[in-house]
Design a protein around this ligand. Structure first.
Ligand SMILES: [Mg+2]
Length: 304
C-alpha cells in the first residue's frame, strides 16, 4: 500500500461540493471523488449548489459552468462574495474567452477541461488542498509565538475577547493568571541567551501541558506568560496557579551538561463583566508585583 502524501492526507479531511447537471458525468465522478476526498456533497445545478454550500460550507467546490436554474459562474460569484477561502475549481467544456474573463473576475482558483480526466482532476484537487494547507499554516504562524509554540499576544487578546463575551452572556466565571519567570535575566547572564530560549520553551511546555484544553496560554512578552481559565473562579484559578508553580519549580532543564532550575511568580484575578482586558490585567499585575516583592516562587491573588 502506498503511503499518502500530506496533500492527499489533507484532501481526505476536506469537504468537497461537486456541482454537475449531466447525469452520466455526475455519477462517474461521484464514485471517483468519494474515494479521494473527506466528505462529498453533490448538487445538480447552481441553485442546488448554492443551497448545499450554505448548509455544508465545503472547503473546495468543483463546478460545471452550463447548468439549468443557475449557471456555475453565477453560483461561484455568489459564494466568492462572502467566502475568500473556499477553493473554486471550474470544469470548462470549451475555451470560451467570455467565460474565462468572468471566472477571473470572480476569483476562480483552478480549471479542468472537459471531458474530465480523473487523473487531472485528482492532481488539481491536490493543488487546491495544498493551497488550503499553506493558508492554514500561515494563519497558524500568525497566531503563534515562534519561540515557544504557544499563542502570541495577539492571539491571546482574541481569545480573551471570545471568552469575555461568553462569560458575560452566560454569567460564568473567567479567571486570568499572569506568570513571570523569576530572575530570568540571571539565566541569560549566566548561561547565555540560547539557554534563556530553552528555559522559555520548557516553561511554556510545562504550563501548556498542565492546563485543560479549554484554557488558553500565551506568551505576553519577554519572560511573562498569560493564562485564561474559562468557567473558573478565583479560588479554583489559585489552585491551578499553585499547581503550575509547583510543576515549574520541579523542572530540571538540561543545558550543556548542567541543569537549570527556575521558578514562577504569579498573580491571579477574576474577570468582572464589563471589564476590558487592561482593567482585568491591572489588579493581577499588582498581585504579581506582591508575589515578586514577597519573595518570588509564589502565588498572590488580586482583591476580588
Ligand atoms: Mg452542464
Amino acid at each position: 500500500m502506498n503511503a499518502r502524501t500530506p496533500d492527499q492526507e489533507y484532501l481526505k479531511s476536506l469537504t468537497v461540493l461537486y456541482v454537475e447537471d449531466e447525469e452520466d458525468a455526475r455519477e462517474q465522478f461521484t464514485l471517483f471523488l468519494r474515494r479521494i476526498v473527506g466528505m462529498l456533497i453533490v448538487a445538480r445545478d447552481g441553485a442546488e449548489g448554492l443551497e448545499a454550500y450554505r448548509t455544508h460550507h465545503p472547503h473546495i467546490i468543483i463546478t460545471d459552468i452550463q447548468m439549468p436554474n443557475m449557471d456555475g459562474l453565477t453560483m461561484a460569484g455568489e459564494i466568492r462574495h462572502s467566502d475568500r477561502n473556499v477553493q473554486i475549481l471550474l470544469l470548462t467544456a470549451f475555451e470560451d474567452v467570455d467565460y474565462l474573463k468572468r471566472s477571473i473576475n470572480i476569483g476562480v482558483d483552478k480549471y479542468v477541461t472537459k471531458p474530465v480526466n480523473g487523473f487531472q482532476l485528482h492532481e488539481t484537487l491536490l493543488e487546491c488542498a495544498h493551497s488550503l494547507l499553506a493558508e492554514e499554516a500561515l494563519q497558524c504562524a500568525a497566531r503563534t509565538d515562534h519561540l515557544t509554540g504557544i499563542a502570541n499576544r495577539w492571539e491571546f487578546i482574541n481569545r480573551f475577547n471570545t471568552e469575555k463575551g461568553r462569560a458575560e452572556r452566560h454569567g460564568t466565571p473567567l479567571s486570568i493568571i499572569i506568570a513571570d519567570i523569576d530572575h530570568f535575566k540571571s539565566v541569560n547572564d549566566t548561561f547565555g541567551h540560547n539557554a534563556g530560549d530553552r528555559v522559555l520553551r520548557s516553561v511554556a511546555n510545562a504550563i501548556s501541558s498542565s492546563i485543560r484544553v479549554e484554557d488558553a496560554c500565551g506568551r505576553w512578552g519577554g519572560e511573562e506568560f498569560m493564562l485564561l481559565l474559562p468557567d473558573t473562579n478565583l479560588d479554583a484559578a489559585a489552585r491551578v496557579a499553585e499547581k503550575l508553580r509547583q510543576a515549574v519549580s520541579e523542572l530540571s532543564i538540561p543545558w550543556e551538561g548542567e541543569s537549570i532550575a527556575v521558578t514562577l511568580s504569579m498573580g491571579v484575578g477574576q474577570f468582572r463583566p464589563g471589564m476590558t482586558l487592561d482593567e482585568c490585567i491591572q489588579p493581577v499585575d499588582h498581585a504579581l508585583y506582591r508575589a515578586k516583592t514577597g519573595g518570588r516562587n509564589r502565588v498572590e491573588l488580586a482583591a476580588p
